[in-house]
Write a protein that binds this ligand. Structure first.
Ligand SMILES: [Zn+2]
Length: 93
């Protein structure tokens, strides 16, 4: 398995992290992290675990993007149009 992917799995098995957190920890770009995540999800599944996405949340009105399955953060809140949207976090369990 790709070393970076293994490290992502190790990190997310221990704590919830955003793509930015992972990029800082691994020394790679955020978009590289996002490119690895679908593979990380598959690898996790192969070992009987799953990559859980903790949905983004609007910090202005509290709207939760619970239906969202994508890895990136939405540009703005569909309810109040605020751009203060907390990034999704990832976890493996
Ligand atoms: Zn909102």
């Amino acid at each position: 398995m790709d070393t970076i992917r293994k490290r992502i799995i190790d990190l997310l098995s221990e704590m919830e992290m955003t793509a930015i957190d992972l990029s800082r920890e691994l020394g790679i770009r955020e978009r590289e992290v996002l490119a690895h995540l679908p593979h990380v999800a598959r690898s996790a599944k192969a070992t009987g675990k799953s990559l859980v996405i903790i949905p983004p949340l609007c910090e202005n009105c509290g709207y939760g993007f619970s239906e969202r399955k994508r890895f990136t953060k939405p540009g703005k809140c569909p309810i109040c149009k605020s751009t203060h949207v907390r990034k999704p976090q990832f976890k493996i369990k």
